[in-house]
Design a protein around this ligand. Structure first.
Ligand SMILES: [Zn+2]
Length: 168
């Protein structure tokens, strides 16, 4: 890697750090070593993202509401990315989708849509990675909902919208 390539990677990593992405994911995206990314974190005086976010994708889907949240985010990502490109994880598109997702959540303001349920950017990365690896998919329900399903998730694999409307 020459100096220009390295400086471009460092610039990109700095941008991702400012968005709160984990060092492991930044190293994966930029090709820089974990050590270099961690040094950058220190230089930029940024806190390391919450270690609890370093988890498996299936543990993100803890309730039907979380599945709805995750589905909204992943649907936005799929809409923004090129259809033939779904198996390539585009971090820029993911960040755009996450911003849109946060704005939509704010405007809906359902009582269950609270900050605890919000899917973080790191979690969004994990979820989209599962689609890329074909461990997850978007399922179409008869009600029109296109919801996220991870093959070994703990919550019922049925449509979350239909299940929630039966309860209420
Ligand atoms: Zn449904």
């Amino acid at each position: 890697m020459n100096m220009i390539q390295r400086s471009e990677k460092i610039h990109r990593a700095s941008e991702l750090i400012k968005h709160g992405l984990q060092s492991r994911l930044i190293a994966n995206d930029t090709g820089l070593s974990i050590h270099s990314v961690r040094s950058l974190y220190k230089e930029l005086e940024q806190d390391f993202p919450d270690i609890r976010q370093n988890k498996e994708a299936k543990t993100i889907l803890t309730s039907k509401w979380r599945i709805l949240d995750a589905s909204l985010l992943v649907n936005l990502y799929v809409q923004l990315t090129k259809v033939d490109n779904i198996h390539h994880l585009d971090v820029n598109v993911l960040m755009d989708a996450h911003k849109l997702y946060q704005r939509l959540r704010m405007s809906i303001r359902l009582p269950q849509i609270n900050s605890q349920n919000e899917i973080s950017l790191n979690e969004a990365w994990l979820l989209v990675s599962e689609i890329k690896k074909e461990n997850a998919t978007l399922k179409n329900c008869r009600c029109g909902c296109r919801y996220l399903f991870i093959y070994d998730q703990k919550v019922s694999p049925k449509c979350p919208l239909c299940s929630l409307s039966k309860i209420s």
